[in-house]
Design a protein around this ligand. Structure first.
Ligand code: MG
Length: 206
């Protein structure tokens, strides 16, 4: 399986990172390897290679059909479950990569950089993937609040776009981008992620 991620899919977040604020023509896509996944509330260890490990809370869509060249109109047939994930980023390395034009593979795709929740049928959450609220608390304080209706590129547009390039397979995950409010974590932090009032993520930084 593969983990497909979208960068800068919420305008306010793109601006907080100093990205171009004009509406981009296409979503910014990158991949994380399968070894980035971390399940079951296991702790996240801050890797030695970064001094700035930052959380990005994201709605995650699980692909449930094989497909390529999927049209936006039919894209909703390719998923039925959603979850919550963290796109952990070695921000110091990413800033360096943005300066030099180097790819993001290492700063975004290192081991355990993608803690992931269980998945819930979208129907149980009202059935509209663009009408979901999610948030992240650190040590009991809410640091990110997202609403999927604020995405620059909708889930269906993302699927249509990436499936021009990659065959989507059952079990592939799409991290759909993070809202404003990203920031660093430190050892001892307790992270709790919420999706439509349900606790989805609960883990510690070590
Ligand atoms: Mg992200």
């Amino acid at each position: 399986m593969k983990i497909i991620c979208v960068g800068w899919n919420y305008g306010k977040h793109a601006r907080e990172l100093g990205a171009d604020t004009e509406k981009p023509q296409h979503p910014a896509i990158f991949l994380k390897p399968e070894t980035a996944l971390l399940k079951d509330g296991k702790p996240v260890y801050i890797p030695d290679f970064t001094n700035q490990l930052e959380y990005e809370t994201e709605l995650v869509v699980k692909i449930n059909r094989l497909g390529r060249g999927i049209s936006e109109k039919f894209a909703s047939r390719y998923y039925a479950e959603v979850g919550l994930g963290i796109d952990f980023t070695a921000r110091d390395m990413q800033n360096e990569a943005r300066r030099t034009g180097a790819p993001w593979d290492l700063c975004k795709g290192f081991d355990c950089s993608a803690p992931i929740s269980n998945f819930i049928p979208l129907e149980e959450l009202g059935g509209d993937v663009q009408n979901l609220n999610f948030s992240l608390d650190i040590d009991g304080n809410t640091v990110q609040k997202g609403y999927s209706g604020d995405m620059i590129f909708s889930v269906d547009k993302i699927i249509a776009y990436v499936s021009e390039f990659y065959t989507l397979k059952i079990g592939d995950l799409i991290f759909t981008g993070t809202p404003v409010g990203v920031g660093p974590v430190k050892i001892g932090n307790h992270l709790e992620g919420w999706l439509e009032g349900r606790k989805m993520l609960d883990f510690h930084i070590k």
